[in-house]
Design a binder for this molecule. Structure first.
Ligand code: AGP
Length: 609
């Protein structure tokens, strides 16, 4: 989604802003822009449709300079991707503003402003904000006061950064519903959507809280809470972020992140040598809260939702805890009935997904005994607002397609299963089996990564295809869903997943020689049934690609290609098979020549509804 970078410094900031935008590219965007206040206190603005590289080109051809500036990557919501709709937006050649989020009452505000004589030039919801700022400034007062008056009129979500030619060393920001951090420097300060954007200039950050306003100059940072009072916010030192932006010897972040999984998984369960230690990973309040849990309600989006679906099988089968899973965009608007003793579990790599955050915020204390988040980003909104926190240790994930974040979420959820199971008399021997399986996991994933070349060869068959079906049974059904999501997301091949038993209730009609069917077939109790389903596909001319345990008794046959998977403990197979499907999508996308790390229309962190 949109990315913001802003700087108030004593040195030239155009290159800092551009580097910040490059480091935010992973969030997904379709246009970019930058505004600087020049030496004569005039606004200098470049805006371009397309990549940050286009903006850099504009800056090379017509260099603008300044020590105060704002920059933005826009992911279009209101109005097509274009130079006109790109941010910054300006008013009266005096104020410039960038925005992340959606202003829901923009139409009313627009009508009001037009009535007063303001000319609206873009189709965005953002432009009204800059005119409101201008209107407040015109009647006197500081940029900060103008921002306070302006945000009071806004309905919706926003992270904002604004500059004013008559306050030339100041940037003012505000946030509500969208993230914004302050980067604290020496003789310079910054704002950005996330810490990644500023790691080249500082390692000290202030995470703004909901409804905070901030005013930065080269010498000062002042934060104000919603009631207008100056607020003290702690400065956190961040170590991560410098090396994450380096692709090393890999061609894409996605493949780098796929190969980082053994270490990421190990780091996520590190130190959990017994189930008691595992409970500690959820925070000091966890044991008391876990004692009250009778049911779990999981809420998440996209890949994180698939992690929740896998967890449902574990929680019910291993821990004996009833579990339901729902996508956040549905959950948040539905009238719900909850059972007493329900724990709300939200899962989110970024910790900022708008629907998941809204679901948490509208879940009442009457409904849930407490909330737990599984997230990869410390200090994210979800992490700050939940009662219990499990931080996965995937490291920064830059590829839009979630890979190591998903598999580490699964580790976290298996650890939750163990923690809850312990409180329901899960036998010690079973607990130990699961811990041993977790310890085997990095090695099983390494063995799967060794199949990279075999999977690349297999992927060639998908290049001319327009559709694909993914089949799984039981706990491998959500893995089939994740495989299909990954393929459609980065290769743009239409892919759907079905529980294999559902095939003859409709999707079998789609099967012909042009429809590749991917089956996830570990050696479990449902294998016999899955084999029958696969026969149904084969006898209708379908082409099968079976990811099967090497001991499952599958052999290559005409129209059946087998990818023999390492034999590994049953409980961790969903994680291991995921890795193979990630590699499949990656190689298909690579050969189709799509933008693997930044697939079209998608954003890494979905901070608008
Ligand atoms: C995964 O490959 C996707 N890019 C997407 O589905 C993602 O998982 C979803 O937007 C949820 O994000 P979150 O985990 O940060 O909440």
């Amino acid at each position: 989604m949109c990315g913001i970078v802003a700087a108030a410094a004593r040195r030239e900031v155009s290159e800092i802003l551009l580097e910040g935008l490059r480091r935010l590219e992973y969030r997904g965007y379709d246009s970019a822009g930058m505004a600087l206040i020049d030496q004569e206190h005039g606004l200098r603005i470049h805006k371009r449709k397309g990549k940050v590289a286009e903006l850099e080109k504009a800056q090379r051809e017509q260099p603008y300079h300044g020590t105060t500036g704002i920059a933005h990557t826009r992911w279009a919501t209101h109005g097509e991707p274009s130079g006109v709709n790109a941010h910054p937006h300006i008013s009266g050649r005096r104020v410039a503003l960038v925005h992340n989020g959606i202003i829901e009452n923009h139409a009313t505000l627009r009508a009001e402003l037009v009535e007063e004589g303001y000319e609206i030039t873009s189709a965005t919801d953002t432009e009204v904000i800059v005119h409101l700022l201008h209107r407040s400034l015109a009647i006197g007062g500081s940029l900060l006061q103008a921002m306070q008056q302006t945000v009071a009129k806004l309905e919706g979500a926003y992270a904002l950064a604004a500059i004013d030619t008559q306050n030339p060393d100041t940037v003012v920001g505000a946030r509500k519903g969208s993230p914004l951090v302050v980067g604290v420097g020496i003789g310079e300060n910054f704002l950005a959507s996330d810490t990644m954007a500023l790691r080249q200039v500082t390692d000290r950050f202030i995470y703004l809280e909901e409804a905070d306003l901030v005013c930065i100059t080269p010498a000062s940072v002042q934060v104000y809470s919603a009631d207008g009072r100056e607020a003290k916010r702690p400065i956190a030192r961040i170590e991560e972020g410098l090396e994450a932006a380096d692709m090393g010897d890999f061609e894409h972040y996605m493949i780098k992140e796929i190969f980082e999984q053994p270490e990421a998984l190990e780091a996520t369960f590190a130190g959990a040598i017994n189930a008691q230690k595992i409970e500690e990973r959820f925070g000091p309040a966890a044991p008391a809260l876990f004692d009250q849990v009778k049911k779990v309600q999981i809420v998440a989006c996209g890949t994180s939702f698939h992690a929740g679906m896998v967890a449902r099988y574990w929680l019910e089968e291993i821990a004996g805890v009833s579990c339901v899973v729902e996508v956040a965009s549905e959950f948040r608007y539905r009238k719900r009935v909850q059972h007493a003793g329900t724990l709300l579990v939200v899962i989110s790599q970024s910790g900022e997904t708008a629907d998941t955050l809204a679901a948490l915020r509208n879940a009442s204390a009457d409904e849930f005994i407490g909330s737990l988040v599984v997230s990869n980003v410390d200090n994210s909104s979800l992490v700050r607002e939940c009662d219990l926190v499990f931080l996965t240790r995937a490291g920064i994930e830059i590829g839009v397609a979630s890979t190591k974040a998903f598999t580490t979420q699964l580790v976290a959820l298996l650890m939750l299963t163990l923690a809850l199971g312990r409180r329901r008399e899960l036998p010690d021997s079973r607990q130990q089996d699961i811990i041993t399986a977790l310890q085997d996991l990095p090695q099983c994933v390494r063995q799967t990564l060794e199949l990279n070349e075999a999977i690349r060869l297999l992927s060639e068959a998908f290049i001319p295809k327009r559709h694909a079906l993914f089949l799984g049974r039981g706990i491998q059904y959500p893995i089939a869903m994740e495989g299909a999501l990954k393929l459609k997301e980065i290769s743009y091949i239409h892919a759907e997943a079905y529980p294999a038993g559902e095939l003859k209730h409709g999707p079998l009609a789609l099967v012909d020689h042009d429809m590749p069917v991917v089956a996830v077939a570990p050696n479990d109790e449902l294998l016999g049934k899955l084999k029958s389903n696969l026969e149904e596909v084969r006898s209708r001319g379908g082409e099968l690609f079976v990811f099967a345990d090497k001991e499952a008794g599958f052999a290559n046959e005409p129209r059946v290609q087998i990818l023999p998977m390492p034999h590994c403990p049953e409980v961790i197979r969903p994680i291991v098979y995921t890795v193979a499907l990630q590699l499949l999508s990656y190689h298909v996308a690579l050969q189709k020549g799509t933008d693997v790390d930044k697939p079209r229309n998608l954003a890494k962190s979905v901070t608008v509804e």
